[in-house]
Design a protein around this ligand. Structure first.
Ligand code: SAH
Length: 268
């Protein structure tokens, strides 16, 4: 794979496969070389180190995810190919590849990379996959800054991502615009009702947790599909729940404790 001319001297590279990858500058794609982090190629000499070195930083992040037990090749490839630093404020760019949740405004957070990878691996293990090994159409509840939606766009053929906070929905739109991703659709709405227009879904993932998984999500899940969502396990506590839907019924599995923002109703 040729080294992109605007990014000389990177010490490490990830095999991103033959297709152009979301969130990284695309070699051979003509575009201006912006100075800002958001939407830029981040190649300017004055860019923060975390941006200049995002390829090795992502590779280190993937190594860390593998060490923690993430093994799905598509998930690892997706995590390794999306620039997380494009989705956080410039002051947080140096922390963008650390395994930590970061504030994205309005009291919300971008999930830890290890949590994103864990949830998407669970989805891959149970969701409906096509001949290309990817999931079919999936629903992402709680777009936030759009990071997870973009990662999901690498492991699924189509992503519908819904956010209830207008400002965050707009922020995600702005984050995605320069990436020109055709298979990720952002919706402003109350995700508690799911998004019926895209149903049935091969998989549904939520980045916000309520008392229970809304019936609408189960209704909109295809047979053979899987939901991965945080739910209240005890007062003030949350756990990851996996729901598999088959023609013979639902199977629910409670996994490890997690800490997501609350699932709220209505659009604000
Ligand atoms: N996956 C996101 C994480 C965002 S945090 C990312 O990569 O940035 C979870 C998000 O869920 C918040 O933005 C919050 O506003 C949103 N949320 C909470 N309840 C919701 C609902 N009912 N419908 C849609 N979004 C909701």
């Amino acid at each position: 794979m040729a080294t992109p001319p605007q990014r000389p001297g990177f010490p490490a590279r990830i095999d991103l496969g033959s297709r152009p990858t979301a969130g990284v500058s695309r070699p051979g794609t003509p575009r201006p070389a912006p100075r800002s982090v958001e939407g830029g190629t981040a190649a300017s000499a004055g860019a923060p180190a975390a941006v200049r070195d995002s390829i090795p930083a992502r590779a280190r992040m993937v190594q860390q995810l593998m060490a923690e037990g993430i093994s799905d090749p598509l998930v690892l490839r997706a995590m390794g190919s999306v620039d997380r630093h494009r989705f956080v404020d410039s002051a947080l760019v140096p922390q963008a590849y650390e395994d930590t949740a970061l504030p994205i405004g309005l009291g919300q957070t971008i999930s830890k990379p290890s949590v994103v990878a864990r949830m998407l691996e669970l989805l891959m293990q149970g969701g409906l996959k096509g001949d290309n090994g990817k999931l079919g159409r999936v629903l992402d509840i709680g777009t936030g800054c759009g990071y997870q939606a973009v990662v999901m766009g690498q492991i699924a053929t189509e992503v519908y991502s819904i956010e209830r906070l207008r400002d965050l929905h707009e922020k995600a739109r702005a984050n995605l615009r320069p990436l020109r991703i055709a298979n990720v659709h952002l919706i402003l709405g109350d995700g508690m009702a799911g998004f019926p227009s895209g149903a049935p879904y091969a998989g549904i993932v939520a980045a916000a947790g309520g008392e229970a998984v809304p019936d609408a999500w189960i209704d909109q899940l295809a047979y053979g599909g899987r939901i991965v969502a945080p739910v209240a396990s005890a007062p003030g506590q949350q756990a990851l729940m996996v729901i598999d839907k088959s023609r013979s019924g639902l199977r629910q599995t409670i996994l490890e404790a997690v800490n997501f923002v609350p699932l709220k109703s209505g659009v604000a």
